[in-house]
Design a binder for this molecule. Structure first.
Ligand code: 5GP
Length: 118
């Protein structure tokens, strides 16, 4: 599988599609999910062209991985959901029902999120 440069998150990174940005560092961008599943629902994406967690974990360099996971933690802190709790998740491939083929982590919080898998 090759990276689709026309996926929606690639367009957001290029500034072709608007997003509600909440955080950015050298290697990562975070913005609000367009269809929030919780009061706080933020997506964190690497700036590099990685298809999924599988691709990112295997091929990103150390700087990219460090900056990405620092961004995830900062987003949760900035959203004020550390004390009440939150969930991070990333869907990969068919069984994970990944829809957008650019690696992203969902940060969800602001309510009791219920059981881990429906
Ligand atoms: P996935 O199923 O791939 O893990 O999740 C993709 C997520 O991207 C969904 O939660 C969906 O609401 C979100 N999404 C899809 N298109 C857009 C968009 O154009 N802007 C934003 N902010 N989120 C989007």
């Amino acid at each position: 599988m090759t990276y689709d440069i026309n996926n929606i998150f690639a367009k957001i990174l290029r500034g072709e599609v608007l997003c509600d940005k909440v955080f950015e560092n050298g290697h990562a961008l975070a913005f609000k999910d367009i269809q929030p599943q919780a009061p706080e629902h933020i997506l964190v994406i690497p700036k590099g062209p990685y298809i999924s967690f599988e691709d990112f974990s295997a091929n990103a360099n150390d700087d990219e991985i460090l900056a990405f996971f620092r961004a995830v933690g900062q987003v949760a802190r900035d959203a004020g959901i550390v004390e009440t709790g939150y969930r991070i998740l990333s869907n990969h491939g068919h069984d994970g029902r990944q829809e957008v083929p650019h690696f992203h982590v969902h940060v969800l919080g602001g309510r009791d999120l219920g059981g881990m898998v429906p």
